[in-house]
Design a protein around this ligand. Structure first.
Ligand SMILES: [Mg+2]
Length: 368
């Protein structure tokens, strides 16, 4: 049951419409699919979606790191040696969490396929009955965002998140326009993606305190933990940290400074499922509910996040919205309304359309 071969596919996932956040605009989503093959022919898939503003990796750099630094470490190891493999990867290179996540998720896919169990069975079993999916609205004019929100509520979504973080006045209008467009029972979450400074964050939160915002996410720069702490002290709504926490080390600092109420875990920031479990456990000990968020990920990354989200009690929400945004996915994720349907298949449960992977690939590298 040893690892024999690793293949890397540098792909660009087409989107229904450009995805716009405070720090960038994406016309398509560059991703890397990793296929790990065992000596007996069993295959596992993982995915890296590097975000240079968040993980410091580009699509090109992550491909290089996977090819030259990480994939060669796997040779002759068993996919069950997940702790050892993470140790080796972390000793080999600092950071590069999305590249490490791609390998980690492929190993979990393999462990599931070998034991003929869905991945969630290997990491705690189903603790939630199902996962309710939200929708995320890109930064647009207040009217356009309100109209997107109305449509999503008509489609049956109960949880909406809006992207903001440009200027204070328009952001207040955006939040108000969306809140006025949807029924009070629909949950509204606001993500500034580091776009505000401390005083504008406090002003926006104060001016929208009647808008029933469930939480405000990453209002200020990732490293600005002290501002986050101040914002949290005066905010009537919860504050979620996202870009500011990648690892258990970051989380320790958040816990010590009491600078957030909630933690957004992403496989691409943490380095995969295994280190994310450690973050969730630490957050649980500190009484901080978690979300599993995502970059805009294909079925592979999305399902890896879903297995993590359903297996941990402290993970109380998710934002695995890639499948709603990608117009041509390399695997299928099924929904019933806004509820994700888990296929009773072993591993991540994604049947990867390899011919489509090849069609979308700009780079294909084989390491054996
Ligand atoms: Mg976020």
């Amino acid at each position: 049951m040893k690892i024999d071969k690793v293949e890397l596919f540098g792909i660009r996932l087409p989107l229904h419409e450009p995805f716009i956040v405070s720090y960038d605009k994406y016309d398509d989503m560059p991703a890397i699919l990793v296929k790990i093959e065992l000596e007996n022919g069993v295959v596992g898939w993982g995915e890296a979606v590097p975000d240079q503003h968040v993980t410091g990796e580009t699509w090109h750099s992550a491909l290089q790191v996977l090819e030259h630094e990480l994939a060669p470490l796997l040779s002759d190891l068993s996919p069950f040696q997940i702790e050892l493999i993470h140790q080796k990867m972390n000793k080999k290179i600092l950071g590069n969490p999305s590249a490490k996540a791609a390998i980690d998720c492929a190993l979990y896919d393999l462990m599931g396929k070998i034991t003929e169990q869905p991945v969630y069975q290997l990491i705690g079993g189903k603790t939630h009955d199902f996962l309710v999916m939200p929708q995320v609205i890109s930064i647009k004019s207040p009217d356009e965002m309100a109209s997107d929100a109305r449509r999503m509520v008509r489609e049956g979504f109960r949880n909406l998140k809006i992207k903001v973080g440009t200027d204070m006045e328009t952001d207040i209008e955006r939040i108000r326009a969306v809140r006025n467009a949807i029924p009070p029972e629909v949950k509204l979450r606001v993500d500034a993606n580091q776009g505000w400074d401390r005083t504008s964050a406090i002003t926006v939160i104060d001016q929208t305190k009647d808008c029933l915002v469930e939480w405000y996410e990453q209002p200020v720069l990732a490293d600005d933990i002290l501002s986050l702490q101040e914002i949290r002290k005066v905010s009537p709504a919860k504050i979620m940290i996202d870009e500011g926490i990648h690892s258990t080390h970051d989380l320790l600092n958040v816990i010590k400074t009491r600078s957030a109420d909630m933690v957004n875990i992403k496989l691409m920031k943490a380095g995969g499922i295994y280190p994310s479990l450690a973050i969730a456990n630490m957050a649980e000990a500190a009484g901080l509910p978690c979300q599993v968020g995502s970059m805009v990920e294909s079925a592979v990354g999305t399902m890896a996040g879903a297995h993590l989200a359903i297996s941990r009690d402290i993970i109380q929400s998710n934002e695995l919205v890639g499948p709603f945004m990608i117009s041509k996915d390399i695997g299928k994720v099924s929904f019933e309304g806004d509820v994700l349907k888990f296929p009773e298949l072993p591993g991540l449960g994604v049947v990867v359309d390899e011919s489509l992977v090849k069609e979308l690939s700009e780079v294909h590298i084989i390491i054996s």
